[in-house]
Design a protein around this ligand. Structure first.
Ligand code: 5GP
Length: 204
């Protein structure tokens, strides 16, 4: 199921592109974004994952400089003040942000970059990098999303409630995105997602 907003997605600007592309992926938690992004990185070895900065604590198994750069609130706020962030947001009570220097360096060297960020961040990136390719991933329904969050057993009921509220707010802003993928079935959604990226990458 592909709800493409603009069939003219592959713009003239894209075809004259000399630097890398930015792919922005957003989704409520539980929609399957991480699984799809992992599949993307596996399929396209030469797309790089933008490692965000965050003030949230690492989860078991997470390593500094791999999933995120884990920094303190004071460090993060200093980065904001010094204009280091291409975008930043508070998500689930923690700061998250992307470094401008990193993005610009990699884009200039022609690399395609995957940004796995929330809707607030996507909005800011689109202002600065309007040619970014935006993809929103969602579960087929809120009931299904709740089922997924409950069955993965990772969160307390009040955390699930908060994630559901966030999900409703994010889904309400889905029209910001050029493409919407409904993850009703993982292997089907993965095919749709990977062929979408493939189309952009083979378009010059
Ligand atoms: P988690 O802590 O579960 O890894 O991520 C929580 C949320 O923060 C997800 O929706 C994720 O997309 C978002 N996120 C991760 N990195 C960034 C970032 O650099 N900027 C923004 N705006 N959101 C981010």
């Amino acid at each position: 199921m592909n709800h493409e907003k603009s069939p003219q997605s592959f713009s003239a600007k894209d075809s004259n592109r000399r630097s890398g592309r930015l792919f922005i992926i957003s989704a409520p938690s539980g929609a399957g974004k991480s699984t799809l992004c992992k599949a993307l990185l596996k399929r396209f070895g030469n797309i790089i994952f933008s490692i965000s900065y965050t003030t949230r604590k690492p989860r078991p198994g997470e390593q500094d400089g791999v999933e995120y750069f884990f920094i303190t609130q004071a460090e993060f706020e200093k980065g904001i003040k010094n204009g280091k962030c291409a975008e930043w947001a508070v998500v689930h009570e923690n700061y998250y942000g992307t470094s401008t220097e990193y993005l610009d360096k990699e884009l200039l060297s022609g690399k395609d970059i995957l940004l796995e960020i929330d809707v607030q961040g996507a909005r800011q990136i689109l202002e600065k990098y309007p040619e970014s390719i935006t993809i929103f991933i969602m579960a087929p329904s809120f009931d299904e999303l709740r089922n997924r969050l409950e069955s993965r057993g990772a969160d307390d009921p009040h955390v699930i409630e908060r994630r559901m509220q966030n999900a409703k707010q994010e889904v309400a802003q889905k029209d910001l995105y050029r493409h919407i993928i409904v993850n009703d079935n993982l292997s089907r959604a993965e095919d749709e997602f990977l062929s979408l990226i493939e189309r952009y990458r083979s378009s010059g």
